[in-house]
Design a protein around this ligand. Sequence first.
Ligand code: SF4
Ligand code: SF4
Length: 173
Amino acid sequence: MNVEYVYLQLYRLFDKSTPIAADCGRLCDKRCCHGDECGMYLFPGEERVFKLLKPDWASIEKSDFVYEFDGKKKSVPILFCKGSCDRYQRPLACRIFPLTPYINDEGKAEIIIDPRAKSMCPLAKTLDTSDFDRKFFRNVKRAFSVLIKNREIAEYLKSYSQYIDEYKKFFKE
Ligand code: SF4
Ligand code: SF4
């Protein structure tokens, strides 16, 4: 799989598709983009997109979050911005926010509200997944139904879901 090409195609699903029909950034003054340095985990292989695009608003570093694939430990790259970006170049995590993929106890992939978003995002605090724009929700689902076919991404999502579990304990649904 030419993974950077796949990400670039999937990004397009979110060029016009947003969490709700209105501009939610007006509700909260774009709280998810605030802070001197916002950091978003990249999904496996996604850093290659940024090697191609070379955006001047982003920097990528290795994080302490490690997953295992094919017997090797891999550090998850984290992208930092300074609160502004080129909308058409933003990473997948920003495009799907405040939703996130999650592998449940039965080992099935689902899309949930990201518990990490609950402290800051009014949508994450108040809405149920069924309240999100249907097209947006379907697009998030579609993106991960494609990505999970990649063995490394499927493996990563298991570790990622365990990490999400830590936050779920604090923000019970
Ligand atoms: S914090 Fe939530 S409501 Fe605010 S801009 Fe981000 S996604 Fe929209
Ligand atoms: S990359 Fe863009 S969308 Fe993502 S947090 Fe930074 S400014 Fe917001």
